[in-house]
Design a protein around this ligand. Structure first.
Ligand code: SF4
Length: 274
């Protein structure tokens, strides 16, 4: 007498059922038994591909979240800062700032430019030589690339968005800002965020993103996913200066920019690149 329910057949059937149960769980069906992983060579039930969601990706938490200092704590450093309600008032409050050791080294304090009611805010690290000379953020070659992203990629203008840096004075030799310099200057950047109240922030480069999110995670792991800063969505991406050295990664920045465009309701051209 032949055995129609051989051991291999039963194993295959069990694996198929387990795959099916796991799939149902992933699709959100509740009350299913705990899943057991099965070998990939097990038979697989074909299902139609899930259509790609057009909605922007949800906000994810940072891999090493550290709470940002509370507003009161930040602003207690500079009494009166919390009372500034416009960018002009904030700029006047900062004045001829001597609050950290970068002050005597600068040619110009680089405050920020753009639309004070912008829905989109770009935050970079700090001024370079060109910015120090002109007193404006993101000028020079890297600045031109950011302008291309804004104008050619997003069909906006620089005056539609707001652009600033974490620190307002140029560190010597373009070195990274030091912790005491960031601590001295970041209340101004946080107040800029609170005054402009953008819908979306794009963090440009490792340093800016790490400073804003208070994490040590590399930008390559932070980019491409939404984070949150004081209730505002933030998309980290590579700094334009990095893209000048690594043009092959422009496609990654373009992918990040497209996520931003979805949230802002900006039509995405079928074939375009910054
Ligand atoms: S970097 Fe900021 S805190 Fe330091 S002097 Fe410039 S504006 Fe003031």
């Amino acid at each position: 007498m032949s055995n129609s329910g051989s051991v291999p057949d039963r194993n295959a059937l069990t694996a198929t059922l387990r795959d099916y149960v796991e799939q149902l769980r992933e699709e959100g069906l509740e009350g299913l038994p705990a899943g057991v992983r099965v070998a990939r060579e097990a038979p697989h039930i074909e299902t139609p591909p899930t259509p790609r969601a057009e909605a922007p990706a949800p906000i994810s938490s940072s891999p090493e979240p550290r709470p940002a200092p509370a507003a009161a704590e930040m602003f207690s450093k500079y009494p009166g800062l919390e009372k500034t309600s416009t960018l002009e008032e904030l700029r006047a409050f900062i004045g001829d700032c001597q609050r950290c050791k970068l002050a005597p080294l600068r040619k110009n304090l680089v405050f920020g430019v753009g639309n004070p009611n912008a829905e989109l805010m770009f935050i970079g690290e700090g001024p370079g030589a060109d910015e120090d000379l002109k007193g404006e953020p993101f000028v020079g070659r890297a600045g031109q690339l950011l302008t291309d992203i804004i104008e050619r990629g997003m069909a906006l203008t620089r005056s539609d968005v707001y652009i600033c840096n974490v620190i307002k004075c140029r560190p010597p030799e373009n070195r990274n800002p030091e912790a005491d310099e960031v601590a001295a200057c970041e209340p101004f950047m946080l107040r800029q965020i609170e005054i402009v109240k953008p819908k979306v922030i794009v963090g440009l480069g490792t340093f800016a993103v790490q400073a804003v999110l208070k994490v040590k995670t590399p930008i390559s792991k932070l980019r491409g996913r939404w984070h949150e800063v004081r209730g505002i969505r933030m998309m980290p991406t590579f700094h334009p200066a990095y893209l000048l050295r690594n043009p092959g990664d422009k496609r990654l920045v373009w992918a990040d920019v497209q996520e931003v465009m979805k949230v802002l309701g900006i039509p995405i051209p079928r074939r375009s690149g910054a």
